[in-house]
Design a binder for this molecule. Structure first.
Ligand code: NAP
Ligand code: GCO
Length: 255
């Protein structure tokens, strides 16, 4: 049983892992034995994140690219491959939030959220799958959804549309790539304390709503999602495909 969750010898790319959930995912996969490739846009934050993991003795390196930039995604995978880093595990985690009522929402803001949160997962997932298929070693792809993959909240329409798309893109990836021994699943985090939600945590009414709306009566912490990431990255989930696992304190389970 203890080898079932062992990621020794695996190389994992986690997009958007300079901070927040992505960093927690990368740390968890590293603790399970994987070599982790971190990613982000802010080079200083990315290097600091890599440094923190290396100081803990983990195999970690950074690759800066914008998940919406098709050419940059391809170049990043080519560079990683040239270094001998074929990706066994991909976590499509990079994402942004934009909160505004739809009637006031500008098309450019709608598009930016969809580009990063949904199209970015397609672009990076496609590149990873192409190479996993070519290497014929199989692989694991984990997309990061949200409670909004299942239920909507007012003022976050582009984010909700993108995360609903992530759930269905996950099923599409499973439909097309399972035969190549690639398992594609998603994680749907509840309300977690990260930079994305700082304003919400500090808002007394919103904080009270989060605590009253989920039976665990609290926000989640990034490290509480790492175990699910390790499970979906490991042999323990070799017959799991197209699923979304909500790590939400029970939020979606109750009325
Ligand atoms: P966060 O703290 O704001 O971190 C976002 C990360 O994404 C950063 O590392 C950022 O890089 C990176 N990023 C943003 N745009 C990018 C791009 N175009 N290309 C590459 N990297 C990019 O967010 P978070 O809370 O950790 O969220 C991470 C993921 O979990 C997102 O997909 C989010 O939708 C999802 N999620 C979060 C929660 C929650 O409660 N926090 C719940 C459900 C789902 P830089 O640091 O360089 O800007
Ligand atoms: C918001 C939050 C949510 C959470 C998460 C919940 O504005 O409601 O940012 O979107 O981050 O996605 O699962």
């Amino acid at each position: 049983m203890n080898t079932l969750f062992d990621l020794t010898g695996k190389t994992a790319l986690v997009t958007g892992s300079s901070r927040g959930l992505g960093y927690a995912f990368a740390e968890g996969l590293a603790q399970a034995g994987a070599k982790v490739i971190l990613n982000g846009l802010n080079e200083e934050m990315l290097n600091a994140a890599v440094d923190r993991l290396q100081k803990q003795g983990y195999q970690a390196q950074g690759v800066k690219f914008d998940v919406t930039d098709e050419a940059a995604v391809i170049t990043a995978f080519d560079q990683l491959s040239a270094q001998g880093n074929e990706i066994d595990i991909l976590m499509n985690n990079a994402g942004i939030q934009f909160r505004q009522s739809m009637v006031e929402l500008k098309l450019e803001d709608w598009q930016r959220v969809l580009d990063i949160n949904l199209t970015g997962a397609f672009l990076v997932g496609r590149e990873a799958a192409k190479r996993m298929i070519r290497c014929a070693k199989g692989g694991k792809i984990i997309n990061i959804g949200s409670l909004t993959s299942q239920a909507a909240r007012a003022t976050v329409a582009p984010y909700t549309a993108a995360k609903g798309g992530i759930k269905m893109l996950t099923k599409s990836m499973a439909a097309e790539w399972a035969e190549f021994n690639i398992q594609t699943n998603a994680i749907g985090p509840g309300y977690i304390v990260t930079d994305m939600n700082n304003a919400l945590v500090e808002n007394k009414e919103f904080d009270a709503w989060v605590k009253s709306s989920n039976p665990s009566r609290r926000w989640g912490l990034p490290g509480e999602l790492a175990g699910t990431a390790v499970y979906l990255s490991s042999s323990a989930s070799d017959y799991v495909n197209g699923q979304i696992i909500y790590v939400d304190g029970g939020w979606l389970a109750v009325l």
